[in-house]
Design a protein around this ligand. Structure first.
Ligand code: SAH
Length: 352
């Protein structure tokens, strides 16, 4: 099988070019076509010799994902389902707003963290995405809208820190000036939190903003709903290191589950945690229901009470607007409809 050129760094391509007797500077030209001009077809690389274009075509591909379905929501968000080379599905969501166009991308097919409130979790982990598949979501998504994507959030299917190496490579491609050149502050990774990986990410040249899916303020409760769950103390320590190294503010995501984590006591414990690192923020997430889910979200007054509590204590909170509810594109809902269809098909095959 031909390899996807997006998986190769500049250095690795330079090695390859050397091996076929092409000068180094040709790599810069190739990267320019792909990462700056976003042309995904070697035959259009007009400043390269025919021989080199043919060599590229013989050895590499640029596109392995195909667009399977596009759903547009009433609120303007667009969900795109991609089919992978091995006939699996992944999803991304484009969220346009007044001053930005955000793309929510996936890092895995399914997920193995097992969060009780997440629909994607029901799939288990099918496989990690390659660096190229993470980047292709961006290139193909941008190609179907008439605007530039300005922000990227790693909040789709999967846990980025579990697919760590490919996630790091994708960050380098998004952030480094040599490739797509997004600012660090334009990219957010949402994670369940693995302390050792958070520290390694903090040391990485292309560390983005980080958002911890905390959701509960005691270890006991967190463990109950998030089976792969590290101690909150250890998580906060690693985030403090992240804050010190990157100088980027930490966000804590807090899913609002009616009758489970919304009492006065919960707010007070959450305050204790969030106030440990200066400039930290809270992103309150109303629960998005899905077929078969047993949780519900509190009413608007209760959400306001939360906001007020933190405002009085000088902590910035935002409430996440969930986009694309009507097209199952909201947080925690990705991938299920398509994959379920696929799983049912597989099941039928097995039975017959
Ligand atoms: N694995 C990463 C990123 C994927 S999920 C993480 O855990 O952060 C992105 C966010 O959506 C996480 O905060 C996740 O906890 C949240 N989420 C999951 N299911 C949800 C649901 N049903 N309603 C609202 N948010 C949900």
């Amino acid at each position: 099988m031909k390899k996807n050129i997006l998986n190769f760094s500049k250095k690795e391509l330079e090695e390859f070019f050397k091996s076929i007797g092409e000068p180094k500077f040709r790599v810069t030209q190739v990267l320019d076509w792909i990462y700056k001009k976003k042309v995904l077809d070697f035959s259009s690389f007009s400043n390269l010799s025919k021989r080199l274009r043919e060599k590229l075509e013989e050895n590499f591909v640029i596109k392995t994902l195909s667009i399977e379905e596009i759903h547009e929501s009433k609120d303007g968000s667009i969900k795109i389902a991609f089919k992978t080379f091995d006939d699996k599905y992944i999803e991304s969501v484009i969220i346009p707003s007044k001053d930005r166009v955000t793309l929510c991308i996936s890092t895995q097919i399914g997920c193995n963290i097992g969060c009780a409130f997440c629909n994607t979790a029901r799939l288990g982990l099918i496989r990690n995405l390659y660096t190229s598949e993470i980047l292709e979501q961006y290139l193909l998504s941008e190609s179907i809208i008439n605007k530039k994507i300005t922000n990227i959030v790693y909040m789709g299917m999967g846990e980025p820190l579990v697919n760590f190496d490919n996630f790091l490579n994708s960050l380098e491609r998004f952030i480094s000036e040599e490739y797509f050149n997004f600012g660090k502050r334009k990219i957010v990774v949402s994670t369940i939190g693995i302390p050792e990986k958070i520290r390694r990410l903090a040391d990485f040249e292309y560390a983005p903003k980080i958002s911890l899916s905390l959701h509960f303020s005691t270890d006991e409760e967190r463990k109950k709903y998030i089976p792969v769950s590290y101690k909150i103390d250890e998580l906060v320590e690693s985030l403090y290191y992240y804050y010190k190294m990157t100088n980027l503010p930490i966000t804590y995501e807090y899913l609002l589950l009616n009758g489970i984590n919304t009492s006065q006591q919960h707010m007070e414990k959450l305050y204790q945690i969030v106030s440990l690192i200066p400039k930290s923020k809270i992103n309150l997430i109303p629960f998005n229901e899905f077929e078969g889910s047993s949780f519900s979200t509190p009413d608007v007054e209760e959400i306001e009470r939360f906001k007020e509590f933190f405002k009085e204590r000088g902590i910035f909170t935002s409430v996440r607007t969930s986009y694309g509810r009507d097209i199952s594109a909201a947080c925690g809902n990705l991938g299920f409809s398509l994959l379920k269809r696929d799983l049912v098909k597989r099941d039928l095959k097995r039975k017959s």
